[in-house]
Design a protein around this ligand. Sequence first.
Ligand code: NAD
Length: 266
Amino acid sequence: MTKLDGASAIVTGASSGIGFAVARHLAACGAKVAVNYHGDAESAEALVAEIKQAGGEAFAHRADVAVEEEVTAMFDRTVERFGRVDILVANAGIQKDATIGEMTLADWNAVISLNLTGQFLCSREAIRRFRSQDRAAAPTRAAGAIVSMSSVHDIIPWAGHVNYAATKGGVAMLMKSLAQEVAPENIRVNAISPGAIRTPINREAWEEKDALEKLLRLIPYGRIGEPEDVARAVAWLVSDEADYITGTTLYVDGGMTLYPGFSDNG
Ligand code: NAD
C-alpha cells in the first residue's frame, strides 16, 4: 500500500463521491486528513469517525472553496490541527447542465466559480503554505503536492455542458502553468482526469439499466469506475513513489479517451 505516514492532507468536497473515497484512502495510507465539506456535515463527520475508529487522524471542516476567506480559514485550521499542510486534493466540483441557448449566466458563473476559481484559490493557498514550512520537517520528498480533480472533459468536448468542459480545460492549463512555476521549489502539481465514476454527480448515467448500457459503450474496459479507482491513483500521485512526476494529467477512465467509436474501424 502507498505510504503517506505523517503527511497532512486537505481534500475538498470530501463528503461524497470521489472526495469521500480519496479522504478515506489517504487516511488508510497514513495521512492526517482535513475533510472539507460544503453541505453535508453528517456524511463528513461520519467519515471522520470512521477514520478515527481505524486509528487515523481527521477532522471535518465546512468551507465554500469558491470563497477566498473560507479557503484561508480552512488552511489555517488544518495548520492549527496538524501543524502543516503537505497535500492538497482540489476535488470539489459541480455541473449545471444546459444546452447553450438555455444556459443562464448564473449556470455559467456557478460552475466557473467553483470548478476553476475554487481550484485557483485552494492551489494558491497550498503553495503559500508549502513555501512557508520547514522543508527539513516535510514527511515527503517534495515540499508539497497538489492534485487537481479534472475530467476526461478536459479533452473530450461535451455538448450541453459547455460551462463544465470549459472549467476542466481551464484546470489543465492552470495545473501545467502552476507546475512549471513551482517545480524549482520542489512543489509538485498534477491532475487526475476521471472518466465515468459512480457518484451522485452523474447518477442519471448509471442508475437505470438502459442508461448504464449506453454509458458502457463509451468505456472500452467494460465497467463503470468506482471512487476507489480514483482514490488509489491520487494516493500514488501525491506519494514519494511519484516524486519525479509533475505537470501531468493521469486519466483514470477505463479507456474512455481512446476514441472507442473507432474500435471497429470507425
Ligand atoms: P459529487 O457530487 O459526489 O462531489 C462533489 C463534491 O463537491 C460534493 O461533496 C459537494 O458537496 C462538493 N461541493 C460542491 N460545492 C462546493 C463548494 N462550494 N465548496 C466545497 N465543496 C463543494 O461528485 P464527484 O463525482 O465525486 O465529483 C468530484 C470531482 O470529480 C468533481 O470535480 C468532478 O467534476 C470530478 N469528476 C467526476 C466524474 C464522475 O464521473 N463522477 C468524472 C470526472 C470528473
